[in-house]
Design a protein around this ligand. Structure first.
Ligand code: PLP
Length: 413
């Protein structure tokens, strides 16, 4: 199946009992069985079935199956949020004393979470993205994974996944990629060697900002070694399913990280139009970026699709069908940034990306508020930076909204 077909038909159970084309919302906490023995079978993973929604739920399974198909992995686990997917993906294989080597260009919430991990004896070494030599040098015998975002939020740097995967595998560790900003529409990260992929479904997958959620998918290709990963020793016998088996039997259910059935249902609807939306949003982002760059020489426009972007080349190599739908601009000062945000009429001032509607934000005072000055700079967050998550509106209306706002604050050319 090609991408748009898979969005509609991938992993769908065409034997749904009453003929519903979407798996309905199984809005129940628990599932009864015909006998105590049946229940025991399900609890001990000897028989397939459902017992408790914190462990699994048919609506959530339907969503997970479609994501697995889209990503080309062996299985997925849907979670209560993108942060929860990151929490599960990492803590499933980390122990006290372990280290992470990560791109410094990350979503602020992820940087906050990596700091939380320090209390459990897990340290993160941040390295400038794609600086292969420094990444290589930062890996110690305690390093258990490499971490990066395909397109950094909000830096918009594009990660050379093929190169990072080579480095990770040469050291016997997995590459974990947060693909939230790029989505599987722009790149299937497993084809480039990544081992585990995370998506915050709250963004492009859901598409309409109506539910917080996350999902992680395992390629099943990483060869877990029990000397390097003793934490997985009881699961290595499951081969390509080792990682997911451990997660499902352990932290996922014990931390209560499950996705709500209603969220899974809304995400299934969102997924159906992911391709159409991404196509339109990437085109709009490209046009808006070009317009702003041409018309306002006194500001800096950052978009991987622009020839002027430092990441245009790698974006061209890695991404298919566009360069993402986020544009950032630097307008000279925080004061200008706030004034411009307040002048915009169509674009919503809010902290989210991936909606059908255009959203704008000042990252430094919001999503990166808790990062240090250095962390902000390394993540491409400056005081005069505005992030624009471009929606599906008519492009002329968007251009007009920005032109009016620039005029309103006297920054027009
Ligand atoms: N990863 C990236 C790249 C994000 O932008 C976000 C949220 O903005 C997250 C993860 C966290 O996702 P959630 O808000 O669903 O927890």
């Amino acid at each position: 199946m090609n991408f748009n077909t898979a969005l509609l038909h991938g992993g769908v159970d065409k034997k749904e009992k009453y003929g519903s084309t979407l798996t309905p919302i199984y809005q129940t906490s628990a599932f009864y069985q015909q006998s105590a023995e049946d229940l025991e079978g399900i609890f001990s993973n000897k028989t397939p079935g459902y017992c408790y929604t914190r462990v699994a739920n048919p609506t959530v399974t339907a969503f997970e199956n479609r994501i697995t198909k889209l990503e080309g992995g062996v299985g997925s686990v849907a979670t209560s949020s993108g942060m929860s997917a990151i929490f599960c993906a990492l803590t499933n294989i980390l122990e006290s004393g372990d280290e992470i080597v990560s791109s410094s260009s990350l979503y602020g919430g992820t940087i906050d979470f990596f700091r939380d991990l320090e209390a459990f004896g897990i340290k993160t070494n941040y390295i400038e993205n794609n600086n292969f030599e420094q990444i290589e040098n930062a890996i110690t015998e305690n390093t258990k994974l490499l971490y990066a975002e395909t397109i950094g939020n909000p830096c918009l740097d594009v990660t050379d996944i093929d190169e990072l995967a080579k480095i990770a595998h040469a050291h016997g560790i997995p590459l974990i990629i947060d693909n939230t900003v790029a989505t599987p529409y722009l790149v299937k990260v497993f084809e480039h060697g990544a081992d585990i992929v995370i998506n915050s479904t709250s963004k492009y997958i859901n598409g309409s900002s109506n539910a917080i959620g996350g999902v992680l998918t395992d390629s099943g290709k990483f060869k877990w070694n029990k000397e390097k990963f003793p934490i997985l020793k009881d699961y290595i016998k499951f081969g390509p399913y080792a990682y997911l088996a451990k997660l499902r039997a352990g932290l996922f259910r014990n931390a209560g990280a499950c996705m709500a059935p209603q969220t899974a249902y809304l995400n299934q609807i969102g997924l159906e139009t992911l391709g159409l939306r991404m196509e339109r949003q990437c085109t709009n982002a490209g046009k808006l970026a070009e317009h702003l760059e041409k018309r306002y020489p006194n500001i800096i426009v950052n978009y991987p699709g622009l020839e002027s972007s430092k990441w245009h080349g790698i974006g061209e190599k890695l991404l298919n069908g566009g360069y993402g739908a986020i544009v950032t601009i630097r307008v000279g000062s925080k004061e200008n940034a706030f004034k411009l945000l307040d002048e915009l009429e169509l674009a919503y001032r809010l902290s989210n990306i991936g909606d059908t509607k255009t959203l704008v934000l000042h990252p430094s005072s919001t999503i990166s508020l808790h990062s240090t000055k250095k962390q902000k700079e390394d993540a491409g967050v400056f005081d005069d930076l505005i992030r624009i998550s471009v929606g599906i509106e008519d492009i002329d209306d968007l251009k007009e909204d920005f032109d009016k706002a620039f005029k309103g604050i006297g920054l027009d050319a």
